[in-house]
Design a binder for this molecule. Sequence first.
Ligand code: TPP
Ligand code: SF4
Length: 250
Amino acid sequence: MATQVFKVPDSIRKDMRYGFCPGCDHGVAVRLVAECLDELNLKEKAITATSIGCSVCLYDYLEVDAVEAPHGRALAQATGIKRARPDKFVFTYQGDGDFASIGWGESSHAALRGENVTAICINNTTYGMTGGQLGPTTLLGQVTTTSPTGRNLEYYGYPIKITEHIAMYDGTAFAARVSLDTVPNINNAKKTIKKAFEYQMEGLGFSFVEILSTCPTNWRMTPQEAHERVRTQMMEIYKPGVYKDIKTLK
Ligand SMILES: Cc1ncc(C[n+]2csc(CCOP(=O)(O)OP(=O)(O)O)c2C)c(N)n1
Ligand code: SF4
């Protein structure tokens, strides 16, 4: 008898089709989140606060309760939801512009307060949905629609290393950066998301995963070129790894 080794996760809606561009890592990230929800049996108790940007589609793709937060406000909403319903599993799924630019106040203070929620941040070094403008994580020299000659240090300053910042805060229980450029890295990303979810389930405080991601459309690259860019340019500056783990702190 044949054994099923691969299936659409239960937490993914079967009546929707992904609208992400070909080669976009958002699709992989959503699948990993869904697999973790399935494996931890969280589908029925999860509530997600989705952001504005390409990540907003999450509420269409997952079979879980969802609230759409205004741009940057996902962690303010997640805070309210979790405080009102501590029995629920609450997570956000946000772009880097949403999380670290307009939403930086909400994001950093949720971590500082040690809110017992999980935040997933998709870092594609640009504002994807609105046409590829310069964002807080845009690399030095990177050409975007609003920096046609490349990100200039004198004018724009340095890009933000989100995970390093979040890891500094006392309220943060877990902070890690992962990449989706290879199969082993995808497997590691899933383990990391699962760990972040488990920390919330154990009531340990704020848990955070930054996912290095592609935006082939706005980078004007093929999916293969986009993953090569993740490897050779993004991972050089945004080094993957666990930056804080409250369980192993000395
Ligand atoms: C208050 C407000 N300001 C600006 C916008 C326009 N806006 C919509 S999506 C977006 C960029 C999102 O970029 P990012 O968070 O990096 O996510 P991505 O689309 O790359 O996944 C912006 C600026 C908005 N919807 N609301
Ligand atoms: S615009 Fe970029 S981030 Fe948005 S779906 Fe397309 S490739 Fe993905």
